[in-house]
Design a protein around this ligand. Structure first.
Ligand code: RUQ
Ligand code: CUA
Ligand code: CA
Length: 641
């Protein structure tokens, strides 16, 4: 039996004939029958591994599906914005080709662009520059009326408790805030309507408030907070002090409510404690009630922080309602029709469907907590996240089963009400252990049910071996028809956690920089002080032992082929790229000084360092710009002190 033939057969079994509840078993049976590949049974939550190499794009196109093949020179029909977990950056993909288009450094330090080293990035980072790592889990776009408006992306850092914003015109981070009182920001969502006002951020871990050394050994005094940030100014507006902890968050389409899952109602500090109770909860926040309290001065502050914190603990407050759900829920997703908020069970094989339209009555105490539950469909093992196709179907990842289950929301509700209907449509094997999944535009009122991206945490044997650290596997599924079809495997480096997909017409990236861009306002100010025009002047300006070096770049030359400073000077090099041609980026790197930055068309970039060693140091252009790119260099001459 040729391996090639086997592959085709496996792909067919996995993707073309997945049957309800049986998809995986057939997959395993096929694998066992083939013998050669064998099976790797892995105990515990990593589930069962099968040694099957399946490249199913071919199978899909043979079956006549819409092609995922985007020919050379052709453009993709969707943008994908990917998080990257512990890498700390944003990645931009084209879908359906799954080609990586670019990366946007945010919480990481970037060698290519100089992010974390240039003065412009340091101005954005501020105090945050002291951290070189980040853990970017969740990424969401700004909205107007429940639809993506292409202005900004917002994202969280679990590792150092931050929230950042990326400008989508230049695809660079322009704001970053560290969140006081919280300890690790996990869930993050953006207010959907009427227009992005708040960015909501969950504090995940529980700590003493303030966390200044008090109550170290008294976990009964550990807490977490929910934070509202103004998406325009990126100012932290308020926080809500909550019971339990906060995992993922979301908000409704009316703009009034936000909602978070809590897996640690126990407020335990070790694993066994966090799983003790049969039920945890989702906590709903009434945003206008919180705003009123802040306005009326009905809040506390902690430690050095002056952020108003309203007390949303307990059952008797106007700000929160704690709805009991099966233990340790995880993702929380809003259906594109605006009607439902779905909490994913994780340790329970169910999802809890909450009717968002009943939340006003809940806050008016007209109904009981569990009265807002519209359904609790049983889906499979380890439900983590859910997405939607805009046709009434939901798609949930089953981490332990390594499957995506497609189910019908209306029928799950009828079933919960007692009707004998089956709401499960299909179970599709994915490879392996999926976390987030996202369908095209599914986080908006325009969900179009075209593509589904499944971010699988394990790839096992699906790619050539890459050492003990395997790639993850971002899989693409065609959901345009009645059946889900797996059409692409995409290996990725650590660790795409979440993604969103939007249409290209929803984003308008700049082709070159605008000379008026506020990004280099600091350099503009220096130029003003020094009576320099950035676009025309090249000069070394000395202020005592501080030296500013103004350079321009036009391929393949810098305006000065040398500049001279003294050992011990603090040197700032300011480079303006005068090329107006799209795609003509330069760089500026100084050998043995650890310096490199991007200077894109019409951009000004600057970097400051101490010339601590005398000698000749070549600077050169690090982005290939011209046939004479290698020659685009000059000398920094450092006179001995
Ligand atoms: S979480 S794999 Cu950090 Cu979004 Cu669920
Ligand atoms: Cu300029 Cu290479
Ligand atoms: Ca729990």
């Amino acid at each position: 039996m040729s391996e090639h033939k086997d592959d085709g057969r496996m792909a067919e079994t996995a993707t073309i004939e997945p049957s309800v509840n049986e998809g995986r078993r057939r997959f395993l049976a096929g694998s066992a029958a083939l013998g050669a590949a064998g099976m790797a049974g892995v105990a515990g939550v990593t589930g069962t591994g099968t040694l099957v190499r399946s490249q199913s794009a071919q199978a899909a196109s043979e079956s006549g599906d819409a092609s995922i093949h985007v020919a050379p020179g052709q453009l993709d029909s969707y943008y994908g914005f990917w998080s990257s977990g512990q890498t700390g950056e944003v990645r931009v993909f084209g879908v359906p080709s799954m080609r990586e288009l670019t990366r946007i450094p945010v919480f990481n330090r970037c060698s290519a662009t100089g992010w974390g080293q240039t003065n412009e990035s340091l101005a954005v980072l501020g105090e945050n520059a002291k951290w070189q790592n980040g853990d970017l889990h969740h990424i969401h776009m700004s909205y107007t009326d429940g639809k993506y408006d292409g202005r900004y992306l917002y994202m969280n850092d679990k590792a150092n408790t931050r929230v950042a914003r990326v400008r989508l015109d230049i695809m660079r981070c322009d704001k970053m805030v560290h969140i006081p009182n919280a300890h690790g920001i996990h869930g993050l969502r953006v207010q959907k309507a009427p227009k992005t006002g708040y960015v909501f951020a969950n504090g995940e871990m529980i700590v003493p408030l303030p966390n200044d050394g008090r109550d170290l050994d008294d976990p009964s005094q550990y807490w977490s907070v929910f934070t509202g940030i103004d998406g325009e100014s990126m100012e932290i507006k308020w926080q809500v002090w909550v019971d339990g902890n906060l995992d993922n968050t979301n908000c409704d389409y009316s703009g009034r409510f936000a909602i978070s899952t809590c897996y640690n109602a126990e407020r335990g500090v070790v694993l066994a404690e966090k799983m003790r109770l049969e039920r945890d909860w989702v906590v709903v926040f009434d945003i206008p009630a919180i705003e009123r309290a802040v306005e009326n001065g009905d809040y506390v502050t902690f430690g050095d922080s002056d952020i108003p914190v309203v007390d949303g603990r307990g059952e008797d407050n106007p700000f929160t309602r704690y709805i009991p759900v099966p233990k340790n829920p995880h993702g929380i997703n809003a259906s594109p029709d605006g009607n439902y908020l779905i909490a994913n069970g994780k340790l329970s094989p169910t999802c809890t469907v909450i009717d968002a339209r009943k939340l006003p009555d809940l806050f008016d105490d007209k109904i009981e907590l569990r009265d807002v539950v519209a359904a609790e469909p049983e889906l499979g093992l380890g439900p983590l996240h859910t997405t939607f196709d805009g046709r009434g179907n939901a798609y949930t990842t089953l981490f332990i089963d390594s499957q995506v289950v497609k189910w019908n929301v209306a029928e799950a509700i009828r079933h919960y009400a007692g009707d004998d209907v089956s709401y499960i449509r299909q179970k599709l094997d994915v490879h392996y252990q999926p976390g987030h999944l996202n369908a095209s535009l599914a986080e908006t009122a325009e969900a179009d049910g075209r593509w589904l991206v499944v971010l699988s945490k394990f790839s096992k044997d699906r790619f050539l071996p890459s050492g003990p650290l395997h790639p993850e596997n971002d899989q693409l599924v065609d959901i345009s028809g009645d059946e889900m079809k797996l059409v692409h495997d995409g290996p990725t480096f650590a660790e795409p956690h979440d993604c969103i997909l939007c249409r290209p017409d929803q984003v308008s990236p700049a082709k070159i920089y605008d000379r008026d861009d506020p990004y280099w306002s600091q350099a503009r100010q220096w130029a003003e002080e020094d009576d320099i025009t950035l676009e025309t002047d090249s000069k070394v300006v000395r202020h005592g032992n501080r030296v500013r070096v103004y350079l321009t770049a036009v391929a393949p030359q810098y305006s000065m082929s040398e500049f001279r400073v003294r050992q011990g000077d603090e040197v700032t090099v300011i480079v303006t790229n005068l090329d107006k041609i799209e795609d003509l980026s330069h760089g500026f790197s100084i050998i043995n000084y650890g310096i490199n930055m991007e200077v894109n068309p019409q951009q000004t970039s600057s970097v400051t360092f101490t010339a601590d060693r005398a000698g000749v140091y070549w600077y050169y252009c690090s982005w290939f710009c011209h046939a004479l790119h290698m020659e685009m260099a000059g000398r920094m001459l450092v006179d001995p002190a």
